[in-house]
Design a binder for this molecule. Structure first.
Ligand SMILES: Cc1ncc(COP(=O)(O)O)c(C=O)c1O
Length: 392
């Protein structure tokens, strides 16, 4: 199989891409002149093996009701065993078309209207959306900012666990937007605290495979069976292989009663039929995508190294947060001395880049922006030239 060329520019316009085609709808600005670096999907083709598997499934031509087959389960189980030394059991799996919909249904299942769900701020904005739109409240436990990256504030966490007794803590690991990978000790402390207060941890591990050389992914499920009664891990091939619009994710729930309750909830919504193309794509990706992913990870690590160096020399007011995973850069723009609205305007109008504004990640994101580095290097060069137009 030929080597992937991540430098190749592929026009994504007119593909229904949220990132490229719907800028005007979301940002109310003329889309043609902006470089989109906001939505977190990358601008690379998925592995050729996945394209071939999809092509032959499409050639078959019959798309009746379909289920997850043994190949699918085995491909995911083998992947986690090989890549993460994590043993998954087939009976733990529940699947749903996307991590966010699964999280929303779990929040409905595990909490009552009016109750709080803890998130570590800055937090992925869809977390706040599904919590508040389901009539629950966001309880932010702001991460502590430090030179070595962000850390969990356990003291504040215990305070809010004690005060609010929230049924759910929604963890993001690796963390969007900061790129932290929580290590075993950090997870253990979280587990101990949450167990003490009867809080279930839902660990969104959608970024698990996109790890930088400095990072290591530890799943909440790595910590052992003594914690299994109150943990759930969500995974997907979507971020790893660029399959987000195909919609398939797994919620791994070791506790039988919890799993049954979630399965019942899915059945109650008729969510027990699966898209055959997503299944084909995810199976092929997990079976054959390993070499491609190694190359992608190298490219992304090099993109990050290049971008950080370019920032240091051309955009000295901007500080890049130390990350261990994801292809997201969390940039501190506070030295520019602008409020968030003005910052957004100058980014759009002067720098000509569409970024994710930090304030959409909660109060602790104010003054920051998130940039997607999952793109050909040429786009990063353009972004740096744009950012270099701005001065304090
Ligand atoms: C932490 C996190 N969870 C979930 C998602 C989206 O998941 P899905 O597309 O499967 O609903 C994203 C996408 O950016 C994400 O960053």
């Amino acid at each position: 199989m030929e080597s992937p060329d991540f430098n190749q520019i592929i026009d994504r316009h007119n593909t229904g891409s949220v990132k490229w085609d719907f800028l005007d709808r979301y940002l109310h600005i003329n889309k043609t002149e902006l470089l989109p670096m906001w939505v977190s999907d990358f601008d690379f083709q998925c592995p050729k093996e996945v394209l071939q598997a999809l092509a032959s499934r499409i050639d078959h031509g019959i798309f009746g009701y379909s289920e997850r087959d043994e190949h699918y389960y085995q491909a995911v189980i083998d992947w986690f065993s090989r890549r993460h030394q994590l043993t998954l059991h087939k009976e733990w799996f529940t699947s749903i078309e996307g991590v966010v919909p699964g999280l929303a249904l779990l929040i409905q299942l595990l909490s009552k209207p009016g109750e709080g769900v803890i998130v570590q701020g800055p937090y992925y904005s869809s977390f706040a959306k599904i919590i508040t739109m389901n009539g629950r409240t966001v309880i932010e436990n702001p991460l502590l900012e430090g030179a070595e990256g962000y850390k969990i504030d356990y003291r504040h966490l215990e305070h809010i666990l004690e005060q609010h007794r929230p049924p759910v803590l929604l963890l993001c690991n690796p963390h969007n937007p900061t790129g932290r990978c929580w290590d075993r000790d950090e997870l253990l402390q979280l587990l101990m605290l949450c167990k003490r207060y009867g809080t279930t941890i839902i660990s969104d591990e959608i970024w698990a495979d996109l790890i930088l050389p400095s990072g290591k992914f530890t799943s909440i499920l790595h910590l052992g069976s003594e914690w299994h009664s109150h943990v759930i891990a969500a995974t997907s091939a979507s971020k790893t292989f660029g399959l987000s619009s195909l919609r398939i994710s797994n919620f791994l729930i070791p506790a039988p009663a919890l799993r049954q309750a979630f399965t019942d909830r899915l059945n109650a919504h008729g969510l027990d039929v699966f898209n055959s193309l997503s299944m084909t794509a995810a199976t092929a990706a997990y079976q054959y995508g390993e070499t491609w992913l190694d190359k992608l990870q190298n490219y992304l690590a090099e993109n990050r190294r290049w971008f950080e160096q370019a920032l240091t020399s051309s955009v000295p007011w901007c500080r890049m947060t130390k990350a261990e995973g994801t292809y997201l850069a969390w940039l501190d723009c506070r030295d520019l001395g602008l409020d968030d609205n003005t910052l957004q305007q100058v980014l759009l109008q002067k720098a000509k880049i569409a970024v994710s504004m930090g304030y959409s990640f909660g109060d602790s994101g104010k003054g920051f922006i998130r940039i997607n580095l999952g793109c050909p290097r040429q786009y990063l060069e353009k972004a740096i030239s744009g950012l270099a137009q701005l001065t304090p």
